[in-house]
Design a protein around this ligand. Structure first.
Ligand code: TNX
Length: 539
């Protein structure tokens, strides 16, 4: 037998444990032991939480709130020391051994259910697994009658592979409602995803209220019209309809709190120095030409970038100051991609600035710009993250790199000692087609079917242990040039985000496409119950 066959046999043995024979959890847990029998949730089932653990109390209420709508049962909630836990109880308990911040154990026997974790996040993920052990209809927000709410007897020990399990949502190209964002957070949480990067600013719209600079939203949040069809198709046609919207600071606070309750960290992205036309439309002095520009109405890389004057750097730091007040995230994304240097090359002011600072060229000016933001954020206890272009011209040590132009930038960054989030357009751009373009709704281009996403390996076999430790995780991107509605957003996101969740969570040696694909047949019933408009599976 060739070595390949041996490896294959070992993987097959792992995959054929009874584990996934009857439980179809996505992402697949690290360890599942299935035994005979089941526990039936009924109108007398109670919930008990570890006494003196306020987060467990809050999660008991959360568990009650997710089990009630479909079952119609009350689920009495009480602390463990007061509860009669002899039978018919779902217990949320503290696990004393240090299994990791997000780890949990879940045991089901015919008498009851016990979820235990060292920290609250683990309890939350145990609850998500429990929701998937119940019949898919449990995820319905309306009463579902005559379903036996049975849970198979099982012993699960689980923890994530990566700490950064993310999705990017571009709310600049198309504004998305609070309701859409909340549903998105709920769906991510079910998949144990823990990071949502909001791409809040770009050429086509500025989407966050900044008190000090009201024109950013008064002017920058609205564009006169939007290109129809693919932007590369000439002649370009426009719809003549004003598009826009923004999140007030109260909206942002509400959203951050909603996400926190679901263990999702929102990473704000404020783009600089490129992708800046909406901001320049609001405050022309931020640009290089003095020209008054409109908020951009078509797609593509744009040469209108911020100038690098001290006043502009301070303006953007004022913006970040308000952003930091709203978002508790350690990581703050400053963009950094696709900053075309043409205007800096032509601008006498930019050239004078390069001289004054003793820099070599425009790349070093970008690097200076980013370093200023890095120092600003670091002084405030935060960490800068940016697209892989921030490596060009040198990068401050503490900065984190998001690798989008394939994995090359990420590999180089990890080698240079930076933390990395893998977000390559080769495997994680969910704005790309997922089937034959002739049969799919209009997308930006590309070809990224589900199985290709699934096969992505964030850690290369050539990485040293130290380099591998710099890979924080993975992120799936939803750029929304061609995604104008919540339905289409869900169509592009799911089930590809299910595949990404499994890359992010499941040990590599338990990942196998055929096994995943089989579980998806059950899992899509859950998405149906949640009314998520996922793309139907190919056979
Ligand atoms: C490149 S990815 C961009 C975005 C576009 C996306 C479309 C990145 C850092 N920049 O501005 O929306 O391609 O796929």
């Amino acid at each position: 037998m060739r070595p390949g066959h041996l490896l294959c046999a070992a993987v097959m043995a792992a995959l054929s444990q009874p584990a996934t024979a009857d439980v179809h959890i996505v992402p697949r847990p690290a360890s599942v032991e299935l035994s005979k029998g089941q526990f039936r949730v009924n109108e007398d089932t109670a919930i008990a939480f570890e006494s003196g653990w306020p987060e467990a109390k809050a999660l008991a209420a959360y568990l009650q709130s997710v089990l009630q709508p479909a079952t119609g049962f009350a689920f009495r909630v009480s602390p463990l020391d007061k509860a009669d836990v002899s039978a018919n109880t779902i217990v949320l308990a503290r696990l004393t051994q240090d299994a990791g911040a997000e780890a949990y154990e879940l045991q089901v026997d015919s008498g009851g259910i016990r979820i235990a974790a060292p920290q609250a996040a683990g309890l939350f993920y145990g609850i998500q697994t429990l929701r998937q052990l119940l019949p898919p209809a449990i995820l319905s927000d309306a009463l579902v009658e005559s379903v036996p709410w049975d849970v198979a007897c099982v012993n699960i020990e689980d923890r994530p592979r990566f700490a950064w399990r993310g999705m990017l949502l571009d709310v600049s190209r198309h504004f998305m409602s609070m309701e859409t964002l909340k549903k998105c957070i709920d769906t991510l949480a079910l998949h144990k995803m823990n990071s949502l990067q909001l791409h809040l600013t770009d050429d086509q719209g500025w989407r966050i209220e900044i008190k000090k600079y009201p024109k950013l939203t008064e002017v920058g949040a609205w564009r006169e019209e939007t290109v129809i069809g693919h932007a590369s198709k000439k002649p370009v046609k426009y719809d003549g309809k004003r598009h826009g919207g923004f999140y007030t600071q109260d909206d942002i606070r509400e959203l951050v709190a909603y996400a926190q309750e679901r263990f999702v960290n929102i990473v704000p992205e404020i783009e600089m120095p490129g992708h800046a036309q909406a901001a320049i439309a609001a405050y022309p002095e931020l640009g290089n030409t003095g020209e008054t520009l409109p908020v951009h109405t078509t797609w593509g890389v744009n040469e209108n970038i911020f100038n690098a004057e001290e006043s502009t750097i301070l303006f953007l730091q004022d913006v970040l100051e308000e952003v930091l007040d709203l978002f508790p995230s350690t990581y703050i994304h400053i963009g950094g991609d696709e900053a075309v240097k043409k205007q800096w090359k032509l601008s006498p002011a930019a050239q004078a600035r390069i001289k004054e600072l003793g820099l070599k060229d425009e790349n070093e000016l970008q690097s200076y710009f980013i370093r200023r933001m890095d120092t600003f954020l670091t002084e405030r206890g935060r960490r800068l993250v940016g697209w892989d272009e921030i490596l060009e011209g040198g990068l401050a040590k503490g900065a984190t790199v998001m690798s989008w132009r394939g994995v090359k930038g990420g590999v180089a960054a990890a080698r240079a000692g930076h933390d990395v989030v893998m977000a390559p357009n080769t495997h994680t751009y969910f704005d790309y087609y997922q089937g034959d373009p002739a049969l799919e709704p209009l997308a930006i281009g590309g070809n990224l079917p589900l199985d290709r996403v699934y096969r992505f390996r964030p850690i290369r076999s050539t990485f040293s242990e130290e380099e591998a430790a710099h890979i924080l995780g993975v992120q799936g991107q939803l750029w929304t040039e061609y995604i104008a509605t919540p339905d289409y957003l869900e169509y592009m996101a799911w089930p590809r985000m299910c595949a990404l969740a499994e890359i992010a969570w499941t040990p590599q040696d338990l990942r196998e496409y055929a096994d995943f694909r089989q579980r998806l047949d059950t899992h899509t019933q859950r998405l149906d119950a949640m009314k998520v408009n996922y793309r139907k599976l190919d056979d």
